[in-house]
Design a protein around this ligand. Structure first.
Ligand code: ADP
Length: 592
């Protein structure tokens, strides 16, 4: 490749007579070309004519190589410097150098930018640098870092000329001379303000999350509600800690899948579970199931589990998730409550029966009256028949009276029987005034024995209502007996009223007795509250629960003069019974 050029150069040199210096590749004996420096000088005679050319050929292969390498290198360097600058800009990493001997500091462009300056705005020295670093950080970060050893790593706040504060991370190295004196420091500076902020935000969010996760766990623990999730593709079931606890396990004690779950469920309930899952997956019913969990200790717990199905766009189910709640205690409490309710109902019955027992004497009196009257009429009848001729008209009239008295006695007995009977609640059209009149009749003897006069102010034309007549009888009887008992010592007047008030039937039973016990106006309605030596304290509690089960209200007021008045309302419209048991509404709180 060099031949032509070489020939031309020599031709020129010979023609012009100028010394020649050229680089040419010559082949050596091993067949390899090597760069040579070919230099020629003309030798002239006294006339100045060229007689000879002297030449020297020097092998410059190595220098050539080195030069080439150098150009490549310098090109590379230029390129890498540009790349480095770019990288510095992108990563916000700057480069710095501090010559400890001359105290000169070099900054890369990006370093200037990080400090809020234009690239190479002015030369740097250590005093200027120190000015730009937050004093606290200079002391605690930079200085400590500088004395730490050959490597350092510090985080400092950089104050920009605008006053803006940036957080920068310094990495550096210290160079020392042979005697160990530090001569130079160099390293990088990185603006980590954004990263810091992001980290802080992340920390905040994650601590928030941690917090809400903890709260959730706490809530789950308090409410005994656990969470579960079943991946339908892998059959993996994820449980929250509380779910593990409900199943009698340590949190995350073992992996769960459907087979494992089934194992932990009472064998009788497994079919139920399968059915509920099938129905939910088929989209026929929401997953809502109660089953018994068999804890490893053998203890049985009742749980309530509900769930939902997640489906993809094509409607294919891929995840089921939901909650599980330990309802054993609630179940138990419900059972207790049911027992209590039964007890109350029984007690109410006993109460009624014993009240009636106490009334037996007066009732005997009640019944004796028509029977005595019937006997008298029967005697009269016999007498009229034994007349000659018999007075049939009078005998017939006497017989009719016997019939009347007999019926009256039978009615009284029936009514008593109906009070004794423990019958389920019923609703029928009831004439409340009729019931009141019956009760007045029934309690006549009791009243007169306590020198109590009974008065009725019954509104005419009251609508009949749907009610349980036996229960209403009982309310009236309780209130009227209480009234009579309140006037036992002194005698007095008992007034029963009925009226329409705001589309409701309203009744009152008032007396002129001892009055309500002081400051116990509300307690009197509590079960077992009594001020009487033989009292049961059940009368008012039962009465209130009966009235409330009919949709009404029962309360007491003190009279302006002597005594107390008990009022109660019943809705006039025909209402459905609100509860099936006699003592509906008598809840545990009233038992206190
Ligand atoms: P008992 O009659 O067995 O005591 P009650 O529930 O019927 O049970 O009554 C509770 C209490 O309410 C009575 O002990 C009494 O102190 C008070 N009380 C009820 N009715 C009257 C009334 N008419 N006047 C004054 N106090 C009454």
């Amino acid at each position: 490749d060099d031949l032509e050029g070489q020939v031309r150069k020599w031709t020129d040199a010979i023609a012009t007579g100028k010394p020649l210096e050229t680089e040419v590749r010559l082949r050596s004996s091993d067949g390899q070309y090597r760069w040579q420096l070919d230099r020629g000088i003309p030798l002239r005679d006294e006339h100045g004519n060229i007689v000879k050319w002297y030449g020297v050929v020097t092998d410059i292969e190595d220098r050539k190589r080195a030069e080439e390498a150098l150009t490549v290198l310098s090109e590379d360097l230029r390129e890498s410097k540009a790349k480095l600058e770019k990288a510095q800009r992108i990563t916000h990493v700057g480069y710095w150098e501090w010559d400890l001997v001359s105290n000169r500091i070099n900054w890369s462009d990006e370093t200037y930018r990080i400090y809020g300056l234009r690239p190479q705005e002015y030369p740097m020295d250590i005093v200027k640098v120190q000015e730009k670093i937050h004093p606290e950080d200079w002391e605690s970060g930079m200085k400590v870092a500088l004395s730490a050893g050959d490597r350092f790593d510090a985080e400092c706040r950089v104050i920009r000329p605008t006053g803006e504060i940036r957080v920068a991370h310094f990495h550096g190295d210290v160079k020392r001379d042979a005697s160990g004196q530090p001569t130079q420091m160099f390293g990088t500076i990185q603006d980590i303000t954004e990263r810091k902020r992001a980290e802080e935000a992340l920390q905040l969010v994650s601590s928030d999350l941690q917090d809400s996760k903890a709260k959730l766990e706490e809530a789950q623990r308090i409410t005994h509600v656990g969470y579960w999730e079943r991946d339908l593709a892998t059959d993996r079931i994820t449980w929250s800690d509380e779910t593990y606890l409900i199943f009698g396990l340590r949190p995350q004690q073992q992996p769960i899948n459907l087979a494992v779950l089934r194992q932990k469920i009472h064998s009788e309930d497994r079919a139920l579970l399968s059915h509920a899952l099938d129905e939910a997956l088929a989209g026929r019913a929401r997953y809502d199931i109660e089953y018994r969990v068999l804890r490893p200790t053998g203890e049985l717990r009742v749980v309530h589990s509900t769930g939902d199905v997640k489906r993809d766009a094509s409607g294919k189910a891929y995840v089921m998730f939901g909650t599980v709640q330990d309802i054993t205690d609630r179940k138990r409490a419900e059972g207790e409550r049911e027992k209590l309710r039964q007890l109350e109902a029984d007690l109410a019955h006993v109460n009624r029966v014993s009240t009636l027992g106490e009334m037996a004497a007066s009732l005997a009196h009640e019944i004796k009256q028509p029977i005595a009257a019937a006997i008298t009429s029967a005697n009269t009848c016999i007498e009229w028949l034994s007349h000659e001729p018999p007075n049939l008209d009078r005998a017939r009239a006497a017989a009719a009276r016997i019939d009347g008295y007999g019926n009256r006695a039978a009615e009284i007995i029936d009514r008593i029987r109906s009070l004794y009977k423990k019958s389920p609640p019923r609703r029928e059209l009831v004439d409340t005034n009729g019931i009141l009149e019956e009760m007045l009749t029934l309690l006549e003897g009791e009243a007169s024995r306590s020198s109590v006069a009974m008065r009725a102010e019954l509104a005419a034309g009251l609508p009949k209502i749907m009610a349980d007549p036996v229960q209403l009888q009982q309310v009236f009887m309780n209130l009227m007996l209480n009234a009579i008992e309140a006037m036992m010592e002194s005698g007095g007047e008992l007034t029963v009223k009925s009226q329409m008030q705001d589309a409701q039937l309203q009744f009152s039973v008032s007396d002129t007795g001892v009055g309500l016990p002081m400051e116990k106006k509300d307690e009197i309605f509590s079960a077992f509250f009594t001020t009487k030596p033989q009292g049961s304290g059940m009368g008012l509690a039962i009465s209130r629960s009966i009235v409330e089960s009919h949709g009404g209200r029962l309360w007491a007021t003190a009279n302006a003069g002597r005594g107390a008045t008990f009022h109660f309302t019943l809705p006039a419209q025909t209402a459905e019974p609100t509860s099936s048991t006699f003592s509906a509404g008598l809840d545990a709180s009233r038992m206190n």
